[in-house]
Design a protein around this ligand. Structure first.
Ligand SMILES: *Cc1c(COP(=O)(O)O)cnc(C)c1O
Length: 359
């Protein structure tokens, strides 16, 4: 055996590994997973059917251009086909955006804490992450983010609503921010939870993209549409960004099963958005109950709530797990809890109440 090992890029050192939400404990009396912001509803029968019919031909490569899905998306959002690009989840598309825009010496700005994939994919690209702290209210500090722009800035993520805090930026502040961003810097509006927003002051990124050539919108089928396990997301962007996404795509990245499921989901959108409505009602119930218990919860427009527990984070997560719900702790900072099945939410609320009384 040789003493040496293959040379790896220096950038890989110190890159945090992505921590997936823990699965629900097996074997217990109840086991609920509230750790990955997944949709708790099982796939719709119609969506299952269309996936099942595609199963018999998985010896073949998928349609590389995602023709059927692209044309559904083009109709649904009223955007030209040339402005659409699909990928292996919106995280996959975000990584392509970095490949297309950023490398060593460049800077990528995002709020922190925000989506944990941002630092990972930024560092993999070789670019330098510029993390701008959230305001004390856990909201994007857009003024500070604009102040952080330099000649080296290539891309800025705005996660709206923000994962893991659930907070949003509203129309006026976002427009003011975008007015300050130079036209040669790409702004990525990551709208993974768009369908859960009920605040009418939060702009639809697709409307913003129409007015601004340097804005790209990321959407996913993983959350509201319940296809997390199939890996499909998409971007809406002007040229040359959309063209760059087609160049950086992993060939055949989106499986035929994922394409069929996404098409069927768009066609069953009313039913799926009905489920989203039920989850939003559950969110209201959970937030109100937490408030009544005395917790301060940042206003969430996503399918999760954020409890800033600081040093008590790990204890709280352990208490939840003891009672059969797995949540997502960010040690030393807080806990993100997905709105799930009512029974799961009830257990979480009971644990929260007991924890509060004991504190
Ligand atoms: C869940 C999530 C995504 C979507 O991930 P997929 O790769 O599409 O499953 C993107 N951005 C944020 C902020 C998320 O929380």
């Amino acid at each position: 055996m040789s003493e040496t090992s293959p040379k790896l890029r220096a950038e890989l050192e110190g890159i945090p590994t992505y921590k997936p939400g823990k699965p629900a404990a097996a074997g217990g009396p109840t086991a609920y997973k509230l750790s990955s912001n997944e949709n708790p509803y099982p796939p719709l029968p119609g969506v299952l059917d269309s996936v099942s019919s595609a199963v018999s031909s998985f010896n073949r490569y998928p349609d590389m251009a995602c023709t059927g899905l692209m044309s559904e998306l083009s109709d649904r959002f009223g955007v030209p086909l040339a402005h659409l690009s699909t990928g292996t989840g919106s995280v996959g598309v975000a990584q392509q955006l970095l490949q297309a825009t950023s490398g060593p010496g460049d800077e990528v700005i995002y709020a922190w804490r925000s989506f944990e994939a941002y630092p990972i994919i930024t560092r993999i690209s070789g670019a330098t992450p510029v993390e701008v702290p959230l305001t004390p209210g856990d909201v994007h500090d857009l003024d500070a983010m604009a102040d952080a722009i330099t000649d080296r800035t290539r891309l800025i993520f705005v996660c709206n609503p923000n994962n893991p805090t659930g907070t949003v930026v509203r129309r006026a502040e976002l427009e003011r921010f975008l007015d300050r961003v130079p036209g040669d810097v790409l702004v990525v509006l990551d709208e993974a939870y768009r369908e859960f927003i009920r605040d009418t002051e939060v702009p639809d990124g697709v409307e913003i993209y129409r007015e601004r050539p340097n804005v790209c919108v990321l959407r996913t089928f993983s959350k509201a549409y319940g296809l997390a396990g199939l890996r499909v997301g998409f971007a809406i962007a002007h040229d040359p960004v959309a063209a760059a996404l087609r160049k950086t795509a992993v060939p055949f990245g989106v499986s035929q099963l994922a394409q069929e499921a996404a098409i069927a989901s768009l066609r069953a959108e009313d039913e799926l958005l009905g489920r989203v409505g039920a989850l939003v009602c559950e969110r209201t119930r959970v937030v109100e109950e937490l408030g009544a218990q005395g917790w301060t919860v940042p206003e969430t427009q996503a399918n999760f709530v954020w409890l800033r527990l600081g040093e008590r984070t790990a204890d709280f997560a352990a208490a939840c797990e003891e009672h059969g719900v797995v949540v997502r702790p960010f040690p030393g900072e807080g806990v993100r809890v997905t709105i799930g099945e009512s029974e799961a939410n009830d257990i979480f609320l009971k644990v929260a109440e007991a924890f509060r009384k004991a504190a």
